[in-house]
Design a binder for this molecule. Structure first.
Ligand SMILES: NC(=O)c1ccc[n+]([C@@H]2O[C@H](COP(=O)([O-])OP(=O)(O)OC[C@H]3O[C@@H](n4cnc5c(N)ncnc54)[C@H](OP(=O)(O)O)[C@@H]3O)[C@@H](O)[C@H]2O)c1
Length: 257
């Protein structure tokens, strides 16, 4: 049975663990990110360990036309699973941040994900099968003072994924949003989150977050939060709190000591 997964942001963190987990299950891979060396090392490791085939496509998915370029590169191959994982955040007051960086964040976290869902979702729908896993965040459940743009990109991803899941259910394609809490990867350093309450207590491992999301995708779940306590809080407590109180709480979590 064909079982090829295309994973974006596979050179590190959660994306690299998605790749390892999928290969353990005997699936072929197309892995992409900017760091070609890290992708090649992962390919060598996975092919040796699991005897599957790994194709490496190094590119900047956040560049203009990056998603189209990726689709062109993989067009001849059937993609059974699409994992839109590449993304980054950025700390600070919105008006004090570099606008170009926030716009680049939207381009990667939102534009590229939408373009890949369109291109590859269309192929899956025509075939009548396929699975899409979009990596969102618990940030999708709230507005995020001191990470305003990042939280908004993830609200977009969760909203978009759910609507797409309903539309594509007509065509045998499932769409799942993975919504992790804090995961210990390069993310915090890239987003400059050092010293914030958000990361103080430590987080999940990339392996556990990837496994949780991958299994949820296999079951065709709509939204998947990898931490039980957070799942309860966000679904059953948070919605009842006043918005102003939530904004203050989230801001406090993101302030640096
Ligand atoms: N860690 C967390 O606490 C957390 C929590 C919730 C959700 N998430 C989400 O999980 C996803 C994965 O993050 P992570 O925690 O694994 O972070 P990470 O360790 O920083 O990995 C990010 C991945 O995205 C790739 N990437 C970044 N910019 C790119 C670009 N312009 N073009 C192509 N690839 C790019 C990186 O590869 P290159 O640098 O080689 O390009 C890397 O492979 C993200 O969508 C993030 O928002 C993370």
């Amino acid at each position: 049975m064909p079982n090829t997964a295309l994973i974006t942001g596979a050179s590190a963190g959660i994306g690299r663990e998605f790749a390892r987990y999928h290969a353990e299950k005997g699936g072929d891979l197309i892995i992409t990110a900017r760091r070609a060396e890290a992708l090649e090392a992962l390919k060598a490791e996975i092919e040796a360990a699991h005897g599957v085939s790994v194709t490496v496509v190094p590119l900047d998915l956040g560049a203009d036309g990056g998603a189209d370029q990726l689709y062109e590169a993989v067009k001849g191959q059937q993609i059974d699973i699409l994992i839109n994982n590449a993304g980054f955040g950025g700390h600070g007051k919105f008006i004090e941040r570099d606008l170009a960086e926030d716009l680049a964040m939207i381009q990667l976290n939102v534009d590229a994900l939408v373009a890949l869902c369109h291109h590859i979702g269309k192929d899956m729908a025509a075939r009548g099968s396929g699975k899409i896993l979009n990596v969102s965040s618990t940030a999708s459940y709230m507005a995020g003072p001191l990470q305003a743009t990042y939280f908004a990109t993830k609200a977009f991803v969760s909203s978009f994924s759910q609507a797409l899941a309903e539309e594509l259910s007509d065509n045998g394609v499932t769409v799942t949003a993975l919504e992790p809490g804090y995961v210990e990867t390069e993310f915090a350093e890239v987003a400059n989150l050092g010293g914030t309450g958000l990361i103080k207590g430590g987080g999940a491992t990339a392996r556990s977050a990837a496994k949780y999301g991958y299994d949820a995708m296999r079951r065709g779940e709509l939204r998947a939060i990898n931490d039980g306590q957070l799942r309860f809080m966000l679904n059953w407590v948070f919605p009842w709190l006043p918005n102003k109180m939530k904004l203050k709480q989230v801001r406090k979590m993101q302030e640096k000591a």
